[in-house]
Design a protein around this ligand. Structure first.
Ligand code: NAD
Length: 263
């Protein structure tokens, strides 16, 4: 199958490591021209160098914080300057903090809104004029299984990410006549620094060895292991590509069969 990604100009947020990097890596492998961004320098520039070296790909990199409107616009402008247009966007950022209802005051709710939902609104608003000029585009959000099955200790994620999925569905309807597709990706448990930190925290709370909790949790997944960032990245590259030209408003789960929901 030809993904038709050669030469496509795609922005990937929060891509210095983890899921964002996994998507950027598959895009670079497929011949896309990639613009990656993350808050940490030099990590984001080193990530771009690695991808360029590995695949001979054109990868440009920018420092950016998803919570900051101006830095989103700087990333967008820098991408337009270096790549000449925008065909795709991956919305991603670090996750909001864990906790339950009594743990959060207004400021913490506002911070989660800024990080997860408002950042998605701002990134989409930033790229739409260029996609419209180009006659179409593909937008993919990185969310969480919490949009299908709320997770007890991740209240902020449950609420804000459901907002992102609702935004994507609404926009998929509005933007379809303009050839712009909007879809969501749901990671189950994918082997990244964040997953290692979460398993580490759980092991500490239970006073157990990290390796034991890791093995137990991965064995509970129907496919018998955690996913890899490249496996998640391939699903992302597909949704961004012309191979997914008739898919919009959808939520694709990449979780090794972990979720039991039918829809
Ligand atoms: P990670 O910690 O491996 O990588 C996070 C990336 O986000 C890094 O590149 C970091 O620089 C960037 N980042 C952090 N804060 C940012 C900000 N304010 N603005 C822009 N970029 C920022 O995490 P990951 O596993 O790749 O997770 C990515 C997203 O997916 C997170 O929101 C996470 O909650 C969510 N998620 C991950 C999993 C999983 O299994 N890995 C499961 C469910 C949801």
């Amino acid at each position: 199958m030809d993904l038709g990604l050669t030469g496509k100009r795609i922005m990937v947020a929060a891509a210095s490591r983890g899921l964002g990097y996994g998507i950027a890596r598959q895009l670079a492998l497929a011949g896309a021209r990639v613009s990656i961004a993350a808050p940490t320098e030099p990590a984001i520039h080193q990530a771009a160098e690695r991808l360029a070296e590995e695949f001979g790909a054109e990868v440009v990199s920018f420092a950016f914080d998803a919570r900051d409107r101006e830095s989103i616009l700087r990333w967008r402008d820098g991408t337009l300057e270096r790549l000449g247009g925008i065909d795709g966007l991956v919305i991603n950022a670090g996750g909001p903090p864990a906790g339950c209802f009594d743990d959060f005051d207004d400021a913490e709710w506002q911070a989660a809104f800024d990080l997860t939902l408002l950042s998605a609104v701002r990134m989409i608003r930033a790229v739409l004029p260029s996609m419209r000029r180009g006659g179409g585009g593909s937008i993919v959000t990185v969310t969480s299984s919490s949009v299908k099955e709320p997770i007890d200790v991740l209240l902020l994620s449950n609420v804000m990410r459901s907002g992102v999925v609702s935004l994507a569905k609404s926009l998929s309807q509005q933007l379809a006549p303009e050839g712009i597709r909007v879809n969501n990706l749901v990671p189950g448990s994918i082997n990244t620094d964040r997953l290692k930190a979460l398993v580490g925290a759980r092991a500490e709370a239970l006073d157990r060895a990290f390796e034991d909790v890791w093995a137990e949790r991965s064995a509970a997944i129907p496919l018998g292991r955690f996913g890899e960032a490249d496996e998640f990245g391939r699903a992302g590259a597909f949704l961004l590509s012309d191979a997914a030209s008739y898919i919009t408003g959808e939520t694709l789960v990449v979780d090794g069969g972990a979720m039991k929901t039918v829809w």
